[in-house]
Design a protein around this ligand. Sequence first.
Ligand code: AMP
Ligand code: ZN
Length: 485
Amino acid sequence: MLRIYNTLTRRKMKFVPANDKEAKMYACGPTVYFYAHIGNLRTYVSEDVIRRTFIHRKYSVTFVMNITDVGHLVGDGDVGEDKVASSARTQHKTAKEIADFYTKIFTDDCNALNVMAPDIEPKATEHITDMINLIGILEQKGYTYSAENGLYYDTSKFKNYGELTGTNFKELNEQLKSGARVERVPGLRNITDFAVWRLSKPEQKEMIWETKWGKGFPGWHIECSTMSMKYLGNHFDLHFGGVDHIPIHHTNEIAQSDAAVGSRVVNYWMHMEFMVVDGTKMSKSLSNIYTMKDITEKGYDPLELRLLFISSHYRQLMNFTFDALDAASKSLSGIYSFLSRMADVTNVVENPDTADFKKKVGSIKKAFFKELDDDINTPNALARMHELIGEANARLASAKLNKKEARTVTRTMLEFDEVLGLNLAQHAKRKKTKLGKEVMTLIKEREDARTAKNFTKADEIRKILKEKHHVVLEDTNAGLRWHVE
Ligand code: AMP
Ligand code: ZN
């Protein structure tokens, strides 16, 4: 039974799909005005592991993730310039050039991290008509009003406003009044009100559309309401995003979607905790924002980063350090060489306790997926995987592990990887190393020396094979085995 933490109810809940065995999910995608940083990427990897867990649990999953190429303002709220437009201005490019450029890099980053491509990846700029229609419904239902710079949503009209934050309309407005964050827009009825349609300034020449409310562009929150419902329907299962989206973006999305439909649209809201670097918030002034390029240029494999991301729980604040990345890097090569060792097992001796060993593997496998069922507990699941590695290694060290058992272990590891996504399959194949003629002759000479009980000569040849040819010989009950180091 899959249990997940629902921000809406602030507790772990059993997942019950809206429709039998379906899991419809929406993730807030990137705002494509700059490179994604490793904090953003951790959020997408966490969402990928959640998605893979549902797939492994045989749900029929539809995963939609949008691309925000318009409407997200620099301040996240209703002030400041559009992020994409601002980037276009400073880089002397068109908004489309900027969006296409950073979308491509984002896709490459996700591919490198083995994040599965979304089933549907709608772009905001391609759904303006749908957004206008949704705004029309809200207007018709009396939720909107005109203010100086656009059409606004009156948050006092939505009964459960703020539910996602664990507070309510009144409290949120009080909190914001005392905070310095709000820059007041003239004509606003409540501090929590937000634009569904923003009027453009005369100097803005691109990414503007003509509507009955005036020339402008959509609010960021209306984008996600529109695209999620367009592709997943008026009632769907799961919505993901970073924790920063709880108080504004998702709170406002709920207000729009639920008001337009007249009932609850999303059943489960899941939020990914933030990443900090060396204990501090990532910021340009501290030069501690790392992109994928920064990481790979230092020689790390993106999958080492993926392993680091999933080593902590998605609801835990993650502190990024290069020491931690080094540890993940070491751990991943350990896992890879373990799989190569399993592939190289040639021992075919039947073990009397093989059933016991397989039973143990089976129970570790069960425990691994049970950890994931418990709100996607990846660190505990990884610990179970290491338990399996430990068991298999111990059996290998006592020269007991046979080929069939090694295959069971490998199969189990690969099943784990359906969720972990560490590309284990490519390391689980036996390396078809062919030994050269010289090596083969040496092996034969050593065998002859052993048969003649000339152990000194046999050991000398073994040493030459290891030091000069990196071929390691092992004498087992099942005969001679070798592997290349
Ligand atoms: P954005 O492109 O700014 O909309 O952010 C993309 C995703 O990354 C969103 O789901 C954000 O909530 C998330 N995010 C932003 N900053 C961080 C961070 N420091 N750590 C983890 N996730 C983040
Ligand atoms: Zn969103």
